[in-house]
Design a protein around this ligand. Structure first.
Ligand code: URA
Length: 215
């Protein structure tokens, strides 16, 4: 099955999902959107009020700011895949619970990642970061790319963190401005690797990248 077909099927299943209690309070599930061949995937926390109403990710105030941040990286929204850890809005925007995260990521997010196979995953906020870098602290490692299972994970603050606390805005802006550099690094490495070796995990998994300054 093509990546496009897999992504379409996952979205269809997500919209009908009843695997956890969050389906009872939703208006729309929010599967995520973007090209199935996206090189960059951004993963937020979960839908808020606006996303629940429209069934689309990051369409409220955080989304408007995210569009500005993408522009600072020379990117437009339609070039990246935007998803979330959980696909349905929790009541009163409470934190997602561990069981909700587990069932939703196993059934949807991780399958989306596998189908899209992005070169770079940007995690937005601590819940998204926690999927790949459990136990880390976002204020300590934001903007520092790490290899996890052969993929480049770039942890960043959630855009809402800058809307609530303006002192976080320059941190997010600086991290987004480095996104093209991170992508170039991975693409350079992917191109240099023999095709037969491409699916293999990187030997330096889960290590901060040491050679970024070469680019
Ligand atoms: N915040 C998120 O984490 N995701 C969205 O889709 C919107 C706001």
């Amino acid at each position: 099955m093509s990546a496009a077909e897999t992504i379409r099927l996952i979205a269809e299943t997500t919209r009908a999902c009843r695997l956890c209690g969050l389906h009872m309070g939703r208006t729309n599930a929010v599967p995520g959107e973007g090209p199935p061949t996206a090189k960059i995937m951004l993963i937020g926390e979960g839908p808020g009020l606006h996303e629940d109403r429209q069934g689309r990710p990051f369409v409220g105030p955080s989304g408007k700011f995210l569009d500005q941040l993408l522009a600072m990286a020379g990117l437009e929204r339609h070039e990246v895949f935007i998803g979330n850890v959980i696909k349905c809005r929790p009541p009163q925007n409470r934190d997602p619970q561990p069981e909700e995260i587990q069932v939703c990521t196993e059934n949807y997010l991780f399958r989306q990642i596998e189908a899209i196979n992005p070169a770079v995953i940007v995690t937005l906020g601590r819940f998204s970061m926690g999927l790949f870098l459990p136990g880390e602290r976002i204020m300590r490692i934001h903007g520092q790319p790490r290899r996890v299972n052969g993929r480049l994970i770039v942890p960043m603050l959630h855009p809402a963190a800058a809307l609530h606390q303006p002192q976080n805005r320059p941190l997010l802006e600086a991290d987004f401005q480095r996104l093209p550099e991170f992508l170039a690094q991975v693409e350079h490495e992917r191109a240099a690797r023999p095709a037969s070796a491409r699916p293999a995990p990187e030997p330096e998994d889960d290590q901060p990248l040491q050679q970024m300054s070469l680019f």
